[in-house]
Write a protein that binds this ligand. Structure first.
Ligand code: ZN
Length: 106
């Protein structure tokens, strides 16, 4: 029995290639890196793990080997690796660093 995969592509007014409901990210390292950086280490996010990142990106973006490339990106993140090595289970080292930089008011 053949399995038919129905995929619909369309081009948006701004030239973006849309696959289903997702933006099809071109095979361009700079573009993919920008998407990964915005999702992983912009100042508004707290370095999510690869599974969370994949779940957040999946409804909006798609490219071949996306899941693998997200995992590789997180593995190569110095901050994530440092947090993993320190292995604290009672506080988040990222918060600790931020609070240490606040001036004491007492
Ligand atoms: Zn990270």
């Amino acid at each position: 029995m053949d399995v038919m995969i129905k995929t619909s592509f369309r081009v948006a007014d701004d030239g973006t290639l849309i696959m289903g409901q997702c933006v099809y990210v071109p095979n361009n390292e700079m573009v993919k890196r920008k998407v990964l950086q915005e999702t992983h280490d912009s100042k508004f996010v707290m370095h999510p793990g690869s599974t969370k990142m994949y779940q957040d990106l999946k409804p909006h973006y798609w490219w071949p080997n996306m899941k693998r490339e997200i995992a590789d990106y997180v593995l190569k993140c110095d901050i994530c690796q440092q947090v993993k090595v320190e292995g604290s289970n009672c506080h988040n080292p990222i918060f600790t660093i931020c609070f240490r930089n606040f001036p004491k008011k007492y």
